[in-house]
Design a protein around this ligand. Sequence first.
Ligand code: ATP
Length: 421
Amino acid sequence: MKVLVVGSGAREHALAWKLAASPQVEELYAAPGNPGMARVADCVPIRADAIVELADFAESLKVDLTVVGPELPLVLGIRDEFERRGLRLFGPTRRAAEVEGSKAFTKRLCQNYGIPTAPGEVVSSRQQAAEVASKLGLPVVFKADGLAAGKGVLVCRTEEELDEALERFFERREFGAAGERVVVEACLSGEELSFLVVTDGKSVWPLPAARDYKRLRDGDQGPNTGGMGAFSPAPLSRELASTVLSQVIYPALKALAHEGRWYQGVLYAGLMLTADGPKLLEFNCRLGDPEAQVILPRLGGDIAPALLAVARGEMGSPEITVERQASACVVLASRGYPQAPETGHPISGVEEAEASGALVFHAGTAMADGQLVTAGGRVLSVVGVAGSLREAVDKAYRAAEQVRFEGVQFRRDIGRGFADG
Ligand code: ATP
């Protein structure tokens, strides 16, 4: 079959790498892809959010399956555009992707269908926001309704922080259209858990549990980032998995179907494990990055026909298995990330890292005069896969040390406290 992967990050490189290993995939394309993906796929220069051009391309080449990495094309309706033309795409429709595209929508869905979440309300003025905040009491959380690249959430612990949030949302309008509506909700405490499933709207296939690291520096210090590393399997009891399925995942799928928003693709629940049980913080409509880089290498079986079956809404008995092996991902980032990453520095040592047995997935890289150079904040994901988590972590770090570019930074504690296996 002919397959197209949409996106250009390390998550999409991991998807392309996995699909390239499928005996059923004869031709693989990536749009726009990156220099790492170019080794396993033909890269076509179409942006991930240019959904009409992507559909034109898939139509003209008779692509059998398109797999979308990032949220933006899904929220913009890429699935709908493909469906109109009879093309198969793995990922939800625009109305189903609202679970990520609108936090106000998800809050309402939770409230209307009894899905556990933080008490809160959707507001659109400073006065309403202040009223809800005073009703809930401090600490309180403000969330921009729309996509804000992980930067639209403010936790207010003091009156000063509350005033600051009111200023930023309603006076300075920092979040633009995404912040026209705001979810104001109670602040929850507990451990966080990401729970991901593949679904055709009826059946559910839980993906291996992964834990990601959001902060820039060791010990969860420094600013929030897109993600600096991950490992899998993360601790998750059978009992907790079944609670999340029965209290959050199945009710959400049922609620969406009830509203005519049939969901197909990856449904990612961001949860807070409170003393009062798991509560939904957010849904994402796609794989996480870097979670994908540790989940995909652990999948056995052939994902191409499995994803095609999901895209058709005919997910049968899963043809995909989870390997016993563990995996760990270390993200190599540019100096200045996340605020102002430096770019254009030559990268060396990728072959050596791969020769040491690790996987290297590209994100912010480019070719300049035949030389691989840095081209973004998160540059490469180095992934170790091994029989135990400790070995997987060691493998990832040995490989990470081989890669060099000016100003490289990465966390040294990925999977460390957990690597006892
Ligand atoms: P992401 O980058 O994970 O997609 P996001 O911007 O879509 O994030 P959320 O996941 O809703 O937003 O929130 C980001 C983070 O803010 C959460 O991972 C959590 O640490 C914190 N947070 C969100 N809501 C709450 C809450 N009600 N109580 C406490 N912390 C919260």
